[in-house]
Design a protein around this ligand. Structure first.
Ligand SMILES: Cc1cc2nc3c(=O)[nH]c(=O)nc-3n(C[C@H](O)[C@H](O)[C@H](O)COP(=O)(O)OP(=O)(O)OC[C@H]3O[C@@H](n4cnc5c(N)ncnc54)[C@H](O)[C@@H]3O)c2cc1C
Length: 406
């Protein structure tokens, strides 16, 4: 699957990048992780810390899947509001999901603090804006719901927004405890750290076929074989080419990074900004003075159109940035189109699948993919090391979405 068209900002920020060999011959391990993106890297780090012998393989160079397209916003709030999660899944599961996202934010911070290479992690606040007057009530309701379950949130009026930013919106939620990161550097930094703890990483090594035995999985690559007691499929959106999930769907999304700007002081606290419209516009700044923005999701265009769409939609994104921040030196430096996966019910897919014995899947589909990858890595590390984790059931690949009794 072609995951990205155009060029993304992040790979040029890591010099030199860490390189890993191609697998040749036969090896054994406790846990094979297929996919060296955010989900695979976080799992490798956590499993290696528990003393398990983990092997990571990636058919590309590591970090060059969708993780390289991410804008690196880390937020506990989701595309689906807490209010909506409670409606769909019931109070217990809806609130637990938001608690897990908040916990994952802390786990990301703790994990990143142990890394040798700084992946540009910076704590941030978020501004979630009502895109129109019709969404004012939605944010008011969400404000009360979040407060009710002890999430730190403020409701900002139009007046307050326009005293802090050079734009106006009907209202907004202002939350603390979020962060930004360089996602490509984070993947590399995690894998570097995991490999120092004994994980083996192989790139340009594709899983072409697996055989599932009673207590071993045999994974074949073009030049090697891996015998693993357990396997984590962290193959991102390409998991849909391995097994199709009825609850998931893929679209195209667009993003740009501007050239470094002289003055971003009108951007209050360099907050992460997003909105209630769907698909939503989202924006952040970078430590080297750029604005990165994304959105404008649509059906995946034909392959020969994707690079052109990246350029055209990039220009629209730049206009949208200018509507919010009318800066004189706004210009596009990078523009990209990328496949983006979501689930119909808004929860990621994490856990085993009946047709794949001794295997687990990480499908962190949705705008909060990094936070979902953290949740997944944490749950699967428990399960693989024999620790019961009741949260896995929330994200079951075979769930039917019956709300839990209140
Ligand atoms: C434009 C855009 C913006 C985004 N912005 C954000 C954001 O701001 N914040 C956020 O949290 N999330 C964001 N996301 C989502 C985020 O990028 C993803 O959730 C996350 O990176 C997925 O990580 P992953 O490890 O699951 O997938 P990937 O990074 O795609 O990693 C999977 C890896 O598996 C490998 N692979 C696949 N098949 C095989 C095989 N057969 N054998 C070996 N290797 C294989 C691939 O080469 C790939 O490297 C964004 C996504 C896009 C597209």
């Amino acid at each position: 699957m072609k995951l990205i068209s155009g060029s993304t900002l992040w790979p040029g920020t890591l010099h030199p990048r860490f390189k890993y060999p191609v697998l040749e011959g036969e090896i054994f391990c406790d846990c094979l992780i297929i996919g060296g993106g955010m989900g695979g890297a976080l799992s490798a780090k956590l499993l290696a810390e528990k003393g398990l012998h983990a092997v990571v393989i990636d058919k590309r160079e590591v970090g060059r899947g969708s993780s390289m397209a991410s804008l690196g916003l880390l937020q506990y709030s989701n595309d689906k509001t807490l209010t909506s999660c409670i409606h769909t899944f019931g109070e217990q599961r809806g609130v637990r999901f938001y608690e897990l996202c908040r916990l994952a934010m802390q786990q990301l911070k703790d994990t990143i603090s142990t890394l040798d290479i700084d992946p540009w992690y910076i704590p941030r606040t978020s501004l979630y804006c009502a895109s129109s007057e019709e969404d004012v009530a939605l944010l008011e309701e969400e404000y009360h719901t979040l407060q009710n379950y002890a999430f730190d949130v403020e409701l900002w009026s139009r007046n307050k927004i326009s005293t802090h930013f050079p734009f106006s919106k009907p209202n907004a939620l202002y939350t603390k405890g979020d962060a930004e990161v360089n996602p490509y550097m984070l993947v590399h930094s995690l894998l570097h750290s995991a490999s120092k703890k004994g994980a083996q990483v192989y790139e340009r090594t594709e899983m072409i076929h697996c055989e599932y035995g009673e207590d071993v999985v045999l994974c074949y690559t073009p030049t090697g074989t891996i015998r693993a007691k357990q396997v984590i499929f962290s193959t991102g959106y390409e998991t849909q080419e391995i097994k199709r999930d009825r609850g998931a769907y893929l679209q195209s999304t667009y993003a740009i990074a501007t050239k470094p700007l002289k003055d971003l002081s009108s951007w209050y606290n360099q907050s992460l900004i997003w909105e209630t419209a769907r698909p939503y516009l989202y924006m952040r700044t970078t430590p080297d003075g750029r604005i990165v923005a994304g959105g404008l999701d649509e059906e995946i265009p034909h392959d020969d159109q994707r690079a052109i769409r990246a350029k055209l939609r990039g220009e629209t994104l730049l206009k949208k940035i200018a509507d919010h921040f009318p800066l004189p030196d706004l210009a596009i430096d990078y523009a990209w189109e990328a496949v983006f996966g979501s689930t119909h019910d808004g929860f990621p897919l994490i856990g085993p699948h009946p047709e794949y014995p001794n295997c687990y899947f990480i499908e962190g589909y949705g705008g909060n993919g990094t936070v979902y990858s953290m949740i997944a890595a944490s749950i699967l590390t428990d399960v693989i090391t024999g620790v019961q984790n009741d949260d896995m059931e929330l994200f079951s690949l075979t769930r039917t979405n019956k709300p839990s009794p209140v």
